[in-house]
Design a protein around this ligand. Sequence first.
Ligand code: SF4
Length: 204
Amino acid sequence: MTGKYLRIIDYKSSAKNIDLNEVYGGLQIQLLTYMDAICKEEDIIPAGIFYFSLLEQMVKANKKMTKEEIENMIRKNFRMKGLIIADVKIIKMNDKELKSGSSKLVPAALTSSGTINEKWTSGVTKDEFKVLQDYIFKTIKEISKEIFSGNIDLKPYYKKGKTPCEYCEYKSICGFNPKIADNKYNYIPEKSKQEIIENMKRKI
Ligand code: SF4
């Protein structure tokens, strides 16, 4: 497809990745919101949303390594994380040197015959990406409506047995107690990519 392609890169001081379960729970909406906002204003084709970690990289080794091996390892650790559009042309636009194997730049890999290596690619199809955009747009509308209607209910997330309340400094004053009828967690699911996208489709 010809047109103007766009990828968004967020430079972080921590290691971060995109978790579709968190997107579904409304916890990770930032990069998708940016992409959707631009798509609504301009005629662009999404190419991916990525995080680039600015953390100083440490290399662990159980044998003596050459300078080149160390540099390769560091470069590998700087590979961006996130979500790419699973399309060979778009993957190659994101990494012009990629012929086969894993990309050193983006979370994608190609087989020796040049097709997408699904196992090592963190990707979604163009249609699936559109579902994510529509879902995020709907989520933002719902959040805005709640804010404007004055709803400030406490709803901390609950993911794999963890909640932000564990280390929260305001615990003693906020009064959140999941045993009280109206105090409910925002439960983050643990579903596969396909299940999450199907759930999103049902909600948009
Ligand atoms: S203790 Fe209260 S303020 Fe802190 S994260 Fe939990 S619900 Fe939010």
